[in-house]
Design a protein. Structure first.
Length: 207
C-alpha cells in the first residue's frame, strides 16, 4: 500500500544529504563527514525525522586540502572524532535508506541537498571507488534546495535562505554535515509546506 510520501513524490523517497569534503573534486578529494535526514508527513505538513551522521576516514588515494579543513573546522586528529571507512559510511547510509524506502513503499530514493549536484557527484564517485553497485539514489535527478530557495525567497545561500524563511541558523555550527543537513531539511520542509498552504500541487493529482 502506497504511503503519502510515495504518492507525493512519484514513488521516490526524498532524503536530505550533506557532505563535508576535503576539496571540490569528487574524483580526487575525500569525504570527511556524511549526514542524512529523513522526512515524512505529519498531518498535512512535511516534517523532519531521524538523522544519520558519521565522520569518515579519508579514503586511501584521495586528497584533503588544507583550505577545506580551515573552512570546515574539521580536525582529522581529534580523538573524539571516531571516524569509519568511506565504504562503511556509504553502506550504513544505503542500508538506512533502503529500510525507509521499504517502510514508505518507495521504489527509489532521491537526494535533497543544497547545491545538490556537489553532493550527488561525491556520492557517485565514492560508490565507484568502493565498488558499491547498489546505490539506492537516482543517479542524476535530485531536489536542490538552492534552486527552490531562489524561487521561494530570492536567495541561494543556505544561511540567507534560512533567515528569509524564519529558520534559526547558527553560523558557529555551520559546515558540520549533521547541522547543515538538519537546517537544509527544515528549509526543504518549510518551502514544501508553504507551497501546499498556498494551494500548490494536490497530494493526489487528477491526471
Amino acid at each position: 500500500m502506497s504511503t503519502r510520501l510515495a504518492e507525493r513524490f512519484r514513488s521516490f523517497l526524498p532524503v536530505v544529504i550533506d557532505l563535508e569534503t576535503g576539496g571540490f573534486d569528487p574524483n580526487s578529494n575525500a569525504i570527511l563527514e556524511l549526514a542524512a535526514v529523513f522526512v515524512d508527513f505529519q498531518g498535512e505538513n512535511l516534517v523532519t525525522g531521524d538523522t544519520l551522521h558519521c565522520n569518515v576516514v579519508p579514503k586511501a588515494g584521495t586528497r584533503v586540502e588544507l583550505a577545506s579543513l580551515q573552512f570546515t573546522g574539521i580536525d582529522l586528529d581529534d580523538p573524539n572524532r571516531h571516524p569509519i571507512s568511506e565504504q562503511q559510511a556509504l553502506n550504513n547510509l544505503f542500508r538506512a535508506v533502503r529500510k525507509e524506502m521499504k517502510a514508505q513503499n518507495c521504489q527509489r530514493a532521491i537526494m535533497v541537498a543544497h547545491n545538490a549536484t556537489f553532493d550527488q557527484q561525491f556520492i557517485n564517485a565514492a560508490c565507484l571507488r568502493n565498488d558499491i553497485k547498489r546505490n539506492p539514489f537516482h543517479p542524476f535527478s535530485s531536489l536542490d534546495t538552492a534552486t527552490l530557495s531562489a524561487l521561494a525567497y530570492g536567495h541561494t545561500v543556505l544561511h540567507k535562505a534560512c533567515e528569509r524563511a524564519g529558520i534559526p541558523f547558527d553560523s558557529r555550527q555551520a559546515h558540520s554535515a549533521s547541522y547543515d543537513a538538519r537546517v537544509t531539511a527544515e528549509l526543504f520542509c518549510t518551502i514544501f509546506n508553504r507551497w501546499h498552504q498556498m494551494g500548490g500541487w494536490p497530494l493526489k493529482p487528477s491526471d
